[in-house]
Design a protein around this ligand. Structure first.
Ligand code: GDP
Length: 445
């Protein structure tokens, strides 16, 4: 699921990340591409519109423009919005404390309803140690009841004995009675499917619902059918009232539009995913994990979160001001190195610095700043006098020997550090040349 969407969004974000400063036009252009990507993934149009507008509002506002990492901030906003669209939190099945819990499975014929019923029952019986009884109410499709019995045997789950000629409401009542008498924790009712939304069958399911008052009415929908699945879900929601959705065949759907639209259109949470024909191909639906799967960049999201925690906005602004003036001394280098230590790695910090492009980053990375090196460099810097840090050109041969002695390093290492500082300083001057405009765009002037 989501492969094509992932690819499209990956391209959009790659472009964004390569830029230091972002203008409103940059954000708009990126959002146009996000919109196309979502539409191609078969996400319902109203959902796409809401989504893009929501992201735009946040992105154009202070959040991005004041951020030290505009490109990544946009990605984080898209991610957060995606999680919201998908339903924010993972919703588990409603299991009551006063058993038996009644779970009614509804959906179109062929959506994978009976298989999903057995999958859930197997999980509840196994991992969650619940005593589960399944009953098929499908008296229309020949052999439907037998199918559930066979699946029950495979899943080691009890099924209600079949009484030929018995009608759905009567079967359901008998299942509930057995459930209560025999101490079952959960009773699962597999209702009859239909090829399309059909009034008569809908009335039948409504009658079962009224007779059994299910705690969970789980709609099973086939993700491969995209928008149709969303329409089916809306119809069921409207006519019957559903409490959750299980999306099946996510193993076969490369677009994932159904998953993205479902929650927004029905207001009902997706609770489970069916990812294969086997009975153990059942997954919980976690909006945050799905979102990072779609964006293929959970790392970036946590990185931005980490940056927000560790990079002090004031410090960043101070640094930006210095950069703007082309003033960058060894104290700044020291505070940068300290932040780098907190952040865990040069490359992540470099990504966060405004005005940094890929080539410059690669160059800095070649300098191979690892943890122990950073420690040594900080030792050298703290062995310098404040005057030396403010005016690095004071550091001549004799001072170098003193600093090396004080920090337990060598003169060669001091030279390397000073060279690195000069390099960084050159870069800051370049950023200065980029002009006030570039910095203003980020709200840092
Ligand atoms: P029902 O008519 O809604 O009860 O559908 P069934 O449970 O009989 O399933 C129809 C077909 O879909 C069967 O061949 C199942 O093995 C298959 N199926 C069900 N769920 C999944 C799934 O998550 N992935 C895949 N690939 N196939 C599934």
């Amino acid at each position: 699921m989501f492969e094509s969407l992932q690819e499209r969004l990956g391209d959009v974000f790659d472009k964004l990340r390569r830029r230091g400063a972002l203008s409103e036009e940059d954000v708009s252009a990126a959002l146009r591409e996000v919109r196309i990507a979502l539409l191609e993934a078969d996400v319902a149009l109203p959902v796409v519109k809401d989504f893009v507008e929501g992201v735009r509002e946040k992105a154009i506002g202070q959040e991005v423009l004041r951020s030290v990492t505009p490109g990544q901030m946009v990605i984080k906003i898209v991610n957060d919005h995606l999680v919201e669209t998908l339903g924010s939190e993972h919703s588990a099945l409603n299991l009551t404390t006063t058993p038996p819990t009644v779970i009614m499975m509804v959906g179109l014929q062929g959506s994978g309803k009976t298989t999903s019923c057995a999958k859930i029952a197997m999980r509840l019986t196994g991992k969650e140690k619940q005593k589960v009884l399944m009953a098929s109410l499908d008296v229309r499709r020949p052999a439907a009841q037998e199918q559930l019995r066979v699946l029950g045997e495979q899943a080691l789950v009890k099924t209600l004995n079949i009484v030929p000629g018995e009608q759905p409401v009567a079967i359901a009542k008998r299942a509930l009675q057995s459930g209560a008498l025999e101490g079952y924790d959960v009773v699962m009712l597999d209702t009859a499917g239909r090829l399309a939304i059909d009034e008569e069958l809908m009335a039948e399911v409504a009658a079962v619902r009224d007779a059994t008052k299910p705690h969970e009415t789980l709609l099973v929908a086939d993700a491969m059918t995209g928008q149709d699945a969303v329409n089916v879900a809306s119809a069921f929601q409207e006519k019957l009232g559903i409490t959750g959705i299980m999306l099946t065949r996510v193993d076969g759907d490369a677009r994932g539009g159904a998953a993205l639209s479902m929650r927004a259109v029905t207001g009902c949470p997706i609770k489970l995913l069916g990812s294969g024909e086997k009975l153990d191909a059942l997954e919980d639906f976690h909006p945050d994990r799905i979102a990072s799967r779609i964006l293929g960049m959970g790392d970036v999201v946590s990185l931005v979160e980490k940056a927000a925690e560790t990079i002090d906005q004031e410090d960043a602004e101070k640094l930006a001001k210095k950069m703007q003036k082309g003033k960058f001394d060894l104290d700044d280098l020291a505070s940068q190195l300290k932040q780098m230590q907190k952040m865990g790695g040069l490359s992540s910090l470099m990504n966060m610095l405004p005005g940094m492009n890929k080539a410059q980053m690669a160059k800095m990375q070649n300098a191979k700043l690892d943890d122990s090196l950073v420690k040594r460099q900080l030792a050298m810097l703290s062995s310098m006098t404040p005057k030396e840090r403010a005016k690095p050109e004071l550091i001549k041969a004799s001072r170098k020997v003193r600093i090396a002695g004080g920090s337990g390093t060598t003169v060669q290492e001091i030279n390397k550090l000073l060279k690195q500082y000069q390099e960084a300083n050159r870069m800051m001057k370049k950023v200065k040349k980029m002009g006030k405009k570039g910095l203003m765009r980020q709200g840092m002037s």
